[in-house]
Ligand binder design. Structure first.
Ligand code: ADP
Ligand code: MG
Ligand code: MG
Length: 906
């Protein structure tokens, strides 16, 4: 049998239903469902998303032939239910043709209203309604929409004005009027004629007068719109596959523009911004469709409460409000009561906040659409928790209703909405770390610190950042870089700090010499104000106001629920007590990665570090390290104390030593003076440290194995701090982690140094601290030989940044040169440094877990790469049987939610 391509609905019956979204699209499925539950919807039919795919496979002709009988039948069905006739002069039925994909893509594709009008039918409409203005206004709108959408009259450049708008402006200018609704009926008639002339001139074809021809044109145009640039871009951003296709909904028109008892509007069952349980929305009397959103007239509020609130914000006096902008509740109380009852019914039916469109035609209410409403992160959490309390959904559903990444919005300061709308966008970079930042431009880390100390807010603008900039970054409100991707230094560090960052803004030229930055033609200097939107990647001119994030009670409650359901626990990556503190308040149950390299950069410490690097002998190095010891011990003391009773996994020194020495002449001269040596000596040392592939050079445990005295010093510092805490009555739980191990011998040698040093220290102090020695699994060979390594390692921590780098052979610092092209060409679906490559890297992880546990049954496994805070990667970690994930403090709640969802979904 021929497959079903068209589904009918109307008059309380429907062939489709809500759970058929894949086939009927969201709009079509819900139009069917509304019929089934007794919500008034104009009748019509839905052409399936399958047909959209057929359309692109087989072409227009074939598909029109396949559909012909079914569409004609659908039109007949609609005519019968409405008691009207399509194309008829005395009793005309008009249609709307609307797109509707599986996932909502608001405004991305095109809708055509009032279809079926021509020079004769419009006269019939005048006669039938006695409303000439209404008839011709509908007609000119139809010709305009049809011209734009079906006949491709829309300008290609978005700077160019729509040809029909140009005509409207011209007609209005001739009589010096401003608003569309000031046009006379004759002027509306004239518009239709001028529009048709413009179409003929530009396309060489006459406007189609035959309603059936109009209908086919519109149906095919909806399919075509699935492939327009806007839709393609939106799909890319939202990760919607092209194969999903769009459905086409054809339904009877109802008219909100038939006079003062007619209206159109949009409403929400709850507040989409705050999540408050208050029915709200906007409407316009005597208006059609898009008028509400188009901003031509000021829409009025639906509820009286909303209207009062609105008037207060707008500074409008009560009598002006009541007379000129009354709420629907006041102006149309009966319709309002019906609308209110139906909105409640819809929410109760779908158990979620609904976003609805309706039209009132001469006192009769019709619903045109309902869908689960888009909402902010705050609203998302509040609504889920409220629905749970109201008994509408259960705990598992509440968890699944929240999108982990959206929790981010709850954690960072945000731009004031109106301020943001008014802001001038200078350029756009990568949204590297979300949030809002506003401050004065500085170019150097020490300036950032100094200005910050003076009480100024600064934004650090750099070509790129390096570990030396850390303190400056920490002092800044936000960071803007010209280079670097989403896993660049600036991006990773900023996310870790919960600091707003826009990276890789290609259109900015930073000139450190003149202390200026050229942003796409606008030159700003040090001290000028700039604002960054880390959520969208936008860079704004001047000061745009922000407000701090709020963590509400609902949020805390959601986190409690997460704890109840998840198997995987969440630790944090933290290098300072401050970060550790923040993470603890977000529910981190330990530190999964404490990097030690950042601890070497402040004044005295970097000096001792330089001494160590310059030393020619083991004794020389030991002497320098002796100076570093108290500082390191102090740092670890702070972190272990803050994480009292929780595991703290500390990684031994990892980066190549050249990262600790200056590469520019000025820096080298300063260092020479500081050290009391010749510049030449510094330069020679820098030269000697330089490697052609530092990522694969002297770093990780290769450092500790080459210079065991570094490992010994760090062990003394870590365990020394723990001993001190223990003596003070605390419960420190250090774990010492050896990085970049590729074979068991590397670990073995380091472990010996660690255990011997520990033994000696414990004897000296007379106190023993239980501690673990583990390793990072971040080199493919380590994963392949994990059973061997597990004989020595007490735990594994997957360093998925390096593991991804070495499995793919992609340098994470250079990926920006080809990643965009790879994504564009679909060679890669996503950046593997952001989303764990489950099929490749994931296999190594799984293999290492299995092999490791085959030797050591209770082997603790965790992940500490950037992936530890990315929801789909966290879900993989759950499936792979890891014990924990570790991520930046500001991603802890996100990971907790993802972990709970993974457990619930199982
Ligand atoms: P979008 O997906 O962009 O919201 P829609 O298909 O919902 O596009 O159409 C846009 C607007 O057109 C609707 O909000 C509604 O006001 C109007 N509209 C659509 N269909 C009809 C109809 N049958 N009768 C009256 N107005 C309609
Ligand atoms: Mg809509
Ligand atoms: Mg690493």
């Amino acid at each position: 049998m021929d497959k079903k391509r068209v589904y009918l609905f109307g008059n309380g019956k429907a062939e489709g239903k809500a759970d058929m979204k894949n086939l009927l699209g969201g709009k079509g499925a819900n139009l069917a469902e509304m019929n089934l539950i007794g919500v008034p919807v104009p009748p019509g039919f839905t052409i399936t998303t399958d047909v959209c795919n057929e359309y692109f496979e087989k072409g227009r002709e074939k598909v029109v032939a396949l559909l012909k009988a079914h569409v004609e039948n659908g039109v007949k069905h609609t005519e019968e239910l409405m008691g009207l006739k399509f194309g008829d002069v005395t009793n005309p039925l008009l249609l709307s043709v609307r797109s509707g994909a599986r996932a909502s893509m608001p405004g991305m594709m095109d809708t055509i209203l009032n279809l079926g009008l021509n020079d004769e039918v419009v006269r019939g409409l005048v006669e039938k309604t006695g409303n000439e203005r209404f008839a011709y206004d509908s007609y000119r709108r139809f010709v305009q929409m049809y011209g734009d959408v079906v006949l491709d009259m829309k300008p290609v450049n978005k700077e160019d004005i729509d040809p029909f708008e140009a005509i409207i402006q011209q007609v209005k200018a001739e009589r010096g009027i401003q608003l569309d609704n000031e046009m006379t009926v004759d002027e509306l008639k004239k518009l239709v004629v001028l529009f048709k002339e413009a179409i003929k001139k530009q396309t060489g074809k006459d406007f189609p007068d035959d309603p059936m021809e109009q209908l086919w044109g519109a149906i095919c145009a909806v399919f075509d719109s699935w492939m327009n640039d806007r839709a393609i871009l939106y799909r890319k951003m939202e990760g919607i596959p092209q194969e999903w296709g769009t459905a086409v909904n054809v339904m009877a028109m109802v008219f909100g523009n038939m006079g003062d008892t007619s209206a159109t509007g949009v409403c929400f069952t709850r507040d989409a911004a705050t999540g408050e349980n208050r029915f709200n929305g906007e409407y316009l009397v005597n208006a059609q469709g898009e008028d509400v959103v188009a901003g031509i007239r000021t829409p009025q509020q639906i509820t009286k409460e909303g209207s009062l609130r609105w008037a207060k914000l707008q500074n409008i006096d009560e009598d002006v409000r009541a007379n000129e902008y009354p709420s629907m509740e006041e102006a149309m109380p009966e319709i309002y009561a019906e609308l209110d009852a139906l909105q409640a019914k819809l929410e109760e039916h779908y158990h979620d906040m609904q976003d609805m469109e309706f039209t009132v035609q001469e006192g009769k209410l019709w619903f045109l659409q309902t869908r689960s409403g888009k909402r902010t992160g705050t609203a998302m959490v509040k609504i889920a928790m409220d629905l749970l309390h109201e008994g509408q959904i259960d705990e598992k559903t509440a968890l699944l209703r929240c999108e982990p990444n959206k929790l981010d919005e709850l954690l960072h300061p945000v731009f004031d909405k109106t301020a943001r709308k008014l802001a001038r966008v200078l350029t756009r970079g990568l949204p590297a770390s979300p949030g809002a930042a506003c401050g004065q431009i500085v170019f150097f880390a020490d300036d950032a610190e100094a200005w910050h100390a003076d009480g100024k807010r600064v934004v650090m603008v750099r070509i790129e950042t390096s570990p030396e900039d850390l303190a400056g970054m920490s002092a800044a409100e936000g960071i803007l870089t010209a280079r670097g991707g989403m896993t660049s230094h600036a991006a990773v560090v900023a996310r870790g700090m919960g600091k707003c960052c826009v990276s890789g803004a290609g259109a900015i030229i930073v000139d450190y010499k003149t202390r200026t930055v050229d942003i796409d033609g606008t030159v700003l200097k040090e001290g000028d104000y700039i604002s960054l939107n880390g959520t969208t990647g936008e860079v704004y001119f001047g000061e745009v106001n922000t407000r701090p994030a709020e963590v509400t009670g609902d949020f805390a409650e959601l986190m409690k629920l997460c704890e109840k359901y998840s198997k995987l626990v969440v630790r944090t990556n933290a290098d300072t007590p401050r970060d550790a503190e923040v993470a603890r308040t977000f529910g981190a149950v330990g530190i999964g990665l404490c990097r030690t390299e950042h601890m070497f950069f402040e004044n005295e410490k970097i000096k001792a570090m330089h001494e160590m690097i310059l030393a020619d002998s083991t004794e020389g190095r030991e002497k320098a390290l002796e100076k570093l010891l108290p500082y390191q011990k102090q740092d670890f003391y702070g972190i272990l104390k803050c994480m009292d009773g929780l595991p703290v996994n500390i990684r031994l020194l990892d980066p190549p030593l050249h990262e600790f020495v200056p590469h520019d002449l000025a820096g080298q001269e300063a260092m020479a003076e500081d050290m009391g040596v010749n510049v030449k000596k510094i330069q020679n040392r820098v030269q000697a440290l330089s490697e052609s592939n530092p990522m694969l050079g002297l770093r990780g445990c290769r450092l500790g194995n080459t210079f065991p005295e570094i490992t010994a010093m760090q062990t003394r510092a870590i365990l020394g701090a723990a001993v001190q805490l223990k003596k003070e009555g605390y419960d420190p739980r250090p774990e010492i982690m050896v990085p970049l191990v590729g074979m068991v011998n590397e670990l073995d040698a380091q472990e010996k140094v660690i255990r011997e040093t520990a033994q000696k220290l414990f004897e000296e102090e007379g106190v023993e601290i239980p501690f673990k020695v583990g390793t990072m699994i971040e080199i493919p060979r380590a994963a392949l030989t994990a059973d061997k390594i597990a004989e020595r390692a007490e735990y594994f921590s997957f360093g998925t940044n390096d593991l991804t780098q070495m499995t793919f052979g992609y340098s994470r610092d250079d990926i920006a040169s080809f990643l965009p092209s790879y994504l564009e060409k679909k060679i890669l679906d996503v950046d593997p440094f952001q989303v764990l490559d489950v099929n490749g890297v994931g296999q190594l992880v799984q293999m290492a877990v299995n092999k490791g546990r085959s030797v050591r049954k209770d082997l603790k496994c965790g992940i500490c790469g950037e992936h530890g805070g990315e929801p789909s990667s966290v879900k993989f970690c759950h499936r792979a049987g890891l014990n924990y994930v570790s991520c930046s403090p500001f991603r802890v709640p996100i990971a907790r939610l993802a972990a709970a969802q993974a457990a619930v979904e199982e």
